[in-house]
Design a protein around this ligand. Structure first.
Ligand SMILES: Nc1ncnc2c1ncn2[C@@H]1O[C@H](COP(=O)(O)OP(=O)(O)OP(=O)(O)O)[C@@H](O)[C@H]1O
Length: 278
């Protein structure tokens, strides 16, 4: 007799029935037995006839740190919008692990299901302390009055302390978030995302406007997250990309132009022509 477990084993990603789709908010871990945690396949997005993404194929391995570069308008933001459910593609498929079809989930479900996104502009609560910001981020229920009046359990407190160490803000735990430097605000927001234990973190231009020291701290932070999380960094700062990148994907006109180590893509004549030679 076929048990449900055996049946699951034989599922093909393209044959998942809606009613069997796990609710990603509650069912973990995501199935990454085949390697990738994200499958973006043949994805196209048009805006008024203009193809922002053009049969884009991108595979991100579980725990990898991937840098995405490319000229203005290459489709980097649109790609992140598609993965996080903000923009729906015209064609193609996007899977989280083997079985979770992200195109069937709302932006909220995707975020709660383990794909966190850090926008360029931090969205921290400036009037609250660093600790309180992290405390807010632990909650499934984002209603501030509820969150701040309830007691944290020991595990949640441990997690906040762990994240404070990770982001390097232990000494600032009682400072108001509004008093932090630009870089520290960015790290706090990364910390808030980490409180949700995301499997994938999308980070948009993390070092824009940072001092040299802050850039270095950010490089250390993002590289320390790889392994435990899959981290996708979109960044224009080439020195920064070089300092953290293992594998780089170059987007151009909505497709992958080149992929490889920083040395490989930097020496690729097509990449030099459309991007690095600018
Ligand atoms: N909502 C939209 N409506 C119309 N056109 C759009 C929309 N969003 C993006 N585009 C266009 O799609 C193309 C890709 O944009 P996208 O923002 O994804 O590029 P990008 O690689 O992130 O660029 P940048 O490095 O400048 O942020 C651009 O030509 C942009 O003008």
């Amino acid at each position: 007799m076929t048990t449900l477990a055996q049946f699951r084993e034989t599922w093909r990603r393209d044959r998942v029935f809606d009613f069997m789709l796990p609710t990603p908010e509650f069912e973990r871990p995501v199935d990454t037995r085949h390697g990738p945690i994200l499958y973006v396949e043949d994805v196209s997005v048009s805006f008024d006839g203009f193809k922002a993404l053009n049969n884009l194929n991108l595979y991100i391995d579980d725990g990898e740190l991937r840098c995405i570069i490319g000229p203005n308008g290459a489709g980097k933001t649109t790609m992140m919008d598609v993965i996080t459910g903000k923009t729906r593609p015209d064609t193609g498929s996007v899977y989280f692990g083997q079985r979770i079809d992200l195109l069937k989930l709302s932006e909220h479900q995707i975020a709660r299901g383990g794909i966190g996104r850090k926008f360029q502009k931090p969205t921290i609560f400036e009037a609250l302390s660093v600790y309180e910001n992290l405390e807010l981020a632990t909650a499934a229920d984002k209603r501030v009055w509820y969150t701040l009046t309830r007691q944290l359990n020991g595990e949640q407190r441990d997690r906040i302390n762990e994240v404070l160490i990770q982001i390097g803000l232990v000494d600032k735990r009682h400072s108001n978030a509004g008093e932090l430097s630009h870089g520290q605000k960015q790290w706090l927001e990364i910390g808030m995302l980490l409180m949700q234990n995301p499997r994938v973190l999308l980070v948009d231009e993390p070092v824009a406007g940072m001092t040299g020291e802050e850039v270095e701290h950010t490089a250390n932070l993002l590289t320390s997250l790889a392994g435990k999380h899959s981290v996708i960094v979109v960044e224009h700062d080439m020195a920064f990309v070089r300092s953290i990148a293992r594998k780089v994907t170059v987007l151009h006109q909505g497709s992958v132009l080149a992929e490889g180590t920083m040395d490989q893509v930097q020496n690729d004549p097509r990449v030099i022509e459309v991007y690095l030679g600018e």
